[in-house]
Design a protein around this ligand. Structure first.
Ligand code: G1P
Length: 300
């Protein structure tokens, strides 16, 4: 098995769940504390040695490329002002990894975006990371998935148990238990009606694929919402070759969802040694004020 180091990050979606912030700005560039969401995702990949990164972009996404490029004017300015730590911060972002870009052309869905990476990936296995799913830095998920791929040679899905009424927001997997948190995927379905869902295991935004996914994607007909759905291609793939899943708990933030975005900002700020200690008392004070207000409201 060749060493897995390629990542495809689809980042061409419109981000309609986060309007109006995403009207003229990619959702992947929404700041979470002080970094754009996509930087967390790329840092997560690089921390595991996944350094050959392809970002699939689209119209209006140029700020993603600018963010990971050199910014000579800014660097000169920071140097002239003697702001060496800011200069280092800005410079390091442009050296983070070997990032390639391709444009999706037409927004025909997540599966279509992943297929845009076919020529870049070739016949290697590769990782797909959704840029609006960010993971807590201490999450073992992707490491566990890489180990599962190493052990089985199979494509690997990331699975999270969700309340039954929420399963219609996700791809859903029917599984057969294997050992501990590793399962065999029997079938998958994109955003089922909760009453028809085969389980409450949701597919989340980390995947490892063999190159077989590309043939499956080429054969995938438009599905839910008229789009080429990645989940539909996984269903084709799972009929041809083993696909496994790693079940994980916690540490995931869907920054395309406004409430989960706020949870990400708060939790990731609290975890930061440079911000957490100053932020915690502020947060406690806000919560105390709100509890008081709620009690006052009830008394009225
Ligand atoms: C996409 C996938 C879905 C998956 C989800 C994870 O949906 O189509 O299968 O469960 O990402 O975040 P989206 O969130 O783009 O609607």
């Amino acid at each position: 098995m060749s060493r897995l180091n390629k990542v495809v990050i689809p980042a061409a979606g419109l981000g309609t769940r986060f309007l109006p912030a995403t009207k003229a700005q990619p959702k992947e560039m929404l700041p979470v504390v002080d970094k754009p969401a996509i930087q967390y995702v790329i840092e997560e990949a690089v921390s595991l040695g996944l350094t050959n990164i392809l970002v699939v972009t689209g119209r209006g996404k140029r700020s993603i490329e600018d963010h990971f490029d050199r910014s000579l004017e800014l660097e000169h300015l920071l140097q002239a002002r003697g702001k060496s730590s800011d200069l280092e911060l800005v410079y390091q972002i442009s050296r983070i990894s070997n990032i390639h870009y391709i444009r999706q052309g037409e927004p025909k869905g997540l599966g279509h975006a992943v297929l845009a990476g076919a020529d870049h990936v070739g016949t290697d296995a590769f990782v797909t990371m959704l840029a609006d799913d960010i993971m807590s830095p201490d999450s073992p998920l992707l490491r566990d998935m890489l180990a599962a791929h190493q052990q089985t040679g199979a494509s690997v899905l990331s699975l999270m148990t969700v309340p039954p009424e929420q399963i219609g927001l996700y791809g859903c997997a029917k599984v057969v238990e294997r050992d501990n948190s590793l399962v065999d995927i029997a079938s998958v379905v994109e955003k089922p009606e909760p009453s028809e869902a085969p389980s409450n295991l949701a597919i989340t935004g980390r995947y490892i694929f063999t190159c077989g996914i590309f043939d499956a994607l080429r054969e995938t007909k438009p599905g839910r919402g008229g789009e080429i759905q990645l989940t539909d291609a996984i269903q084709i793939l799972a009929k041809r070759e083993p696909v496994v899943g790693v079940i994980f708990e916690g540490g995931r933030y869907d920054i395309g969802d406004k409430v989960d975005y706020l949870r990400a900002v708060v939790e990731l700020a609290l975890q930061r040694p440079d911000i957490g200690p100053a932020f915690l008392p502020e947060l406690k004070a806000i919560l105390e004020d709100y509890s008081k207000e709620t009690i006052d409201d009830l008394a009225r």
